[in-house]
Design a protein around this ligand. Structure first.
Ligand code: FES
Length: 133
């Protein structure tokens, strides 16, 4: 698979993304969400996302959803509502951390604790591995 690098508009640094507030990891999935404060003059942080099974990879920009980054990277990720309610895009985080900008994405606290994420509303805070479910 081709590994595209597409720089999105509206830049932000990872320090601004993940140092200012809690992020959701497999260890602290019950953490409350926080709002992202972006400065347009900062360069966005870029992470590598890997998809299992298959090992496909795509560039995951800190300032855009994992779903959008996956699509820009050439993946045909299942999606519908694109706002965290339908769960069509649900996957499991095997490695790494994400954050949400909405109060309560369509996941239970138990699902979050088990590493389930909704890529349409999840933003990366690190390199990560997603598992299709
Ligand atoms: S596309 Fe509906 S929850 Fe992600």
């Amino acid at each position: 698979m081709k590994h595209n690098r597409v720089r999105p508009a509206g830049a932000v640094s990872i320090q601004a993304v993940c140092a200012d507030g809690p992020r959701l990891t497999l260890q602290d999935a019950s953490s409350p969400p926080h709002r992202l404060h972006m400065s347009p003059s900062e360069t966005p942080a870029l992470f590598t996302a890997k998809v299992e099974p298959g090992g496909q990879q795509f560039d995951a920009w800190a300032n855009q959803s994992l779903l959008l980054s996956a699509e820009q990277g050439g993946l045909n990720w299942p999606s519908s509502c694109r706002n965290g309610t339908c769960r069509t895009c649900i996957s499991q985080l095997d490695r790494g951390a994400v954050r949400y900008e909405i109060e309560w994405p369509g996941l239970s606290a138990e699902e979050k604790a088990e590493g389930y994420v909704l890529p349409c509303v999840a933003y990366p805070c690190s390199d990560l591995t997603l598992r299709l479910v």
